[in-house]
Design a protein around this ligand. Sequence first.
Ligand code: CA
Length: 228
Amino acid sequence: MKVLIVEDEPNVASFIARGLAEAGHEPHMVHTGKEGLSLASSEPFDAVVLDLILPDMTGLEVCHQFRDRKGYDTPVIMLTALGSTEDVVKGLQTGADDYLVKPFKFRELLARLEAHNRHRKAHYGADALKVGDLEIDTFRRIVRRDGQLIRLTAREYELLVYLMRHAGGVVSREAILASVWGMDWDVETNVVDVYINYLRNKVDKPFPSKLIQTVIGMGYILTEEEIG
Ligand code: CA
């Protein structure tokens, strides 16, 4: 999970970030509401941990602005030191999905984040694919690299999804042809190489590092690592 942490208390923020990183997640910390809103609009997150009292605005206002954006349905967990029923109710009314009262156990925050994330995935019946800075939202069929939207044709998209699902492993032209085109290898065609080339022009060429690599005599591999 990629988690946005909006929390001005450095100790609490780093406590959450450290725990998430140790659990294999990807935390991003910001300390003001403005930074949180700006980061959330420039990249996708799986969940937001939002403190109620921030230096520039309240967590309620931040949450309200998140939800005002069309389609911004990322789960938000509010942190409150106050714990009064009124604050909790307000938080949930502005669109927060859940809340925790400080001090809380990290284990509990993690369990709730994972539960909301599972729920969201089940709701959409889809998942996100990610290799380095290349990301696919398979529910919306949106491809981004380094935050930039990449437009693909339907076949290019299917090919990229196939490569992403097998990321880090070599896939043969035969396997690609069978899975993406539903064709047997005995058909004489170089369509795979042609489409790999189309994909490279869109996904790799404009960026400093190349993800789609040729393994001579074997096929292709999509990986962040440089293959010799
Ligand atoms: Ca605070």
